[in-house]
Design a protein around this ligand. Structure first.
Ligand code: 13P
Length: 396
């Protein structure tokens, strides 16, 4: 028994050892000897797509570039169009998305674009496939594969994210259509708990989605959005974020997900939107980087933050503050509202404003590109770009 291993036995407790259902008396530890066992057959993912996944993730996480999130569902896109007085028709959605993807030189700042299913199969107003325009710009096409949030029965008014049924075949079809990465957004609400159930459900769902996506050649963006809603301070956000990311990585590992072939889309660690104590970009960066250092393995190539209702300028300043020193990961952006807001308003649905709207998009894309490199100064930003975009209970 020269190589026998030492294991602690599981102590058997009787009910009297529970104190008020919470504290457990420290049991005495006995030691047992076990026979050596053959190494277990651990599953290690070595799928057909592994090399390609790693390459795709590296391309998206390339220096000075980030993701343009333009994957608003038709319902959400309708709200955006309504804000500029346009009807939610396919033609209007197509016109807007044509404007975005054909902004000249967009690929200098944008490495990936997340599309809604309609857009992945759509052409521009002049008949070119949107996917082809992106590729010509050096932008990797991505696809939102989740099916949205629904109430989580048995929770404290929280939600869970649907979409696992049929995900493998949908992902394979999206790959055929040109998508190379995907996104799944689930949410965690701090004012509603979050309950242990909601956190576990979010983490498990993300891990199953990530494994299925990798099996079908798509780099999964893992996005447990910790909503800005609430009056809590930054310390509470930090505490919840640590819990959420611990569970997410526990289940990603259990599902044999290749960490080198994923991208993360976290919320920055900030105070709740209704908290009176605001945080400076340096404080947001300190808390957020501490979270990443404690929870995210350096094998993960890219951390692509969401903007979550921050103003355009705030999101850029916070990202810039995080890139003042080198990080083990590419720390960048995957913004929707913080890239598109001024662009959409400038356009206003008018054909003669397309050029000006594209310039507005490029201005934000360039500012965030500089922030990815830690070189953004914030000079010359308009008052409009500094207006917050937080919407209580926002659905994407
Ligand atoms: P925002 O940057 O508007 O929060 O969008 C996040 C998102 O998940 C879009 O894909």
């Amino acid at each position: 028994m020269a190589s026998a291993s030492l294991l602690k036995s599981s102590p058997v407790l009787n009910k009297s050892e529970w104190v008020q259902g919470q504290t457990l008396r420290q049991p005495s530890v006995s030691v047992v000897r076990c026979h050596p066992v053959a190494p277990s057959a651990l599953t290690v993912r070595a799928g057909a797509y592994t090399d390609e996944l790693i390459k795709t993730a590296k391309t998206v996480a390339s220096p000075g570039r980030g993701i343009l999130a333009m994957d608003e569902s038709n319902a959400t896109c309708g709200k955006r169009l309504a804000s500029i007085g346009l009807e939610n028709t396919e033609a209007n959605r197509q016109a807007y998305r044509t404007l975005l993807v054909s902004a000249p030189g967009l690929g200098n700042y944008i490495s990936g674009a997340i599309l809604f299913e309609e857009t992945l199969y759509q052409s521009t107003v002049d008949g070119k496939k949107i996917v082809d325009i992106l590729k010509e710009q050096g932008i990797v096409p991505g696809i939102k594969t989740d099916k949205g949030l629904v109430p989580l029965a048995g929770s404290n008014d929280e939600s869970w994210c649907q979409g696992l049924d049929g995900l493998a075949s949908r992902s394979a079809a999206y790959y055929q259509q040109g998508a190379r990465f995907c996104k799944w957004r689930t949410v965690v609400s701090i004012p509603n708990g979050p309950s242990a159930l909601a956190v576990k459900e979010a983490a498990w769902g993300l891990a199953r989605y990530a494994a299925i996506s990798q099996d079908n050649g798509l780099v999964p963006i893992v996005e447990p959005e910790i909503l800005l809603d609430g009056e809590h301070g930054i310390d509470r956000t930090f505490e919840v974020a640590q819990k959420v990311w611990a569970e997410v990585f526990f289940y990603l590992a259990e599902n044999n997900v290749t960490f080198e072939g994923i991208l993360l889309k976290p919320s920055m660690v900030t105070p709740g939107a209704e908290c009176k104590d605001r945080a400076t970009p340096e404080q947001v960066a300190d808390y957020t980087l501490k979270l990443l250092q404690r929870r995210i393995p350096p094998a993960v190539p890219g951390i692509m933050f969401l903007s979550g209702g921050q103003s355009e300028v705030e999101a850029t300043l916070n990202l810039n503050a995080m890139n003042q020193k080198p990080n083990p990961w590419h720390v960048s952006f995957s913004y929707a509202r913080a890239l598109q807001n001024t662009c959409l308003k400038t356009w206003g649905g008018l054909p003669e404003k397309v050029g000006a709207a594209q310039e507005a998009l490029l201005l934000r894309a360039k500012a965030n590109s500089l922030a990815q490199l830690g070189k953004y100064t914030g000079e010359g930003e308009s008052a409009e770009a500094q207006e917050g975009m937080f919407v209580k209970g926002y659905v994407y």
